[in-house]
Design a protein around this ligand. Structure first.
Ligand code: SF4
Length: 189
């Protein structure tokens, strides 16, 4: 993979028409945050608010993510936040694996530019696209997976927590795992 610059990457995302999802959107949502972050957060794709503003993880789910990070003393601006796909699917439907695979090179470029030590995979789409389509979020959440020195932690998407608040207990456990891993990595330096 040839790693481009942030400018080139954002231009490439803006101009992409590789799958039908670009039709009818208001904004592409590339992602944002600290370009040198230790933690990269990956969700599914833009929802209505994100599509409107062109920013990842805003609206109610985004606010919850900000609170979840703050609870483990992470300022949202210190992580890099993105999604598997950069265009909002019609009616917020789940993107197909084909659409995910079409868009994944952009996420890989973001990963190569940020070079995080930890990836938080939020929700089933991020889990399936980045680890394996065979996995389910209920069985995989809260279990670290190490790939080429990168620590990946699947957990629920904040939108799922809003739909089913009972899941917040497990999500809190996952955030504590993230906090512990950050301390562990910090102590290795
Ligand atoms: S979802 Fe990704 S691959 Fe599809 S058009 Fe948008 S940017 Fe391109």
């Amino acid at each position: 993979m040839i790693v481009t610059s942030w400018n080139q990457l954002h231009k490439d995302i803006l101009n992409c028409t590789a799958c039908p999802l670009h039709q009818g959107i208001r904004h592409k949502v590339a992602g944002q945050g600290d370009p040198n972050a230790t933690v990269m957060i990956v969700g599914e794709g833009p929802g209505a608010q994100e599509d409107l503003k062109g920013i990842a993880f805003i609206g109610a789910a985004g606010e919850l993510l900000t609170k979840m990070l703050a609870a483990i003393h992470i300022d949202r601006k210190d992580v890099y936040i993105s999604n598997v796909i950069k265009c909002r699917p019609p009616n917020n439907r789940t993107p197909t694996m084909q659409e995910c695979n079409q868009c994944l090179p952009f996420l890989r470029q973001q990963f190569a530019l940020v070079r995080p030590q930890i990836m938080l995979l939020m929700g089933s789409t991020a889990l399936k696209a980045l680890l394996s389509p065979e996995l389910t979020i209920t069985k995989s959440r809260g279990k670290w997976v190490e790939r080429k020195g990168i620590w990946m932690l699947p957990t629920y998407h904040p939108a799922a927590l809003l739909r089913d608040p009972a899941k917040k207990i497990e999500a809190w456990h996952d955030m504590q795992l993230l906090e512990s891993k950050l301390k562990e990595l910090d102590s290795l330096i």
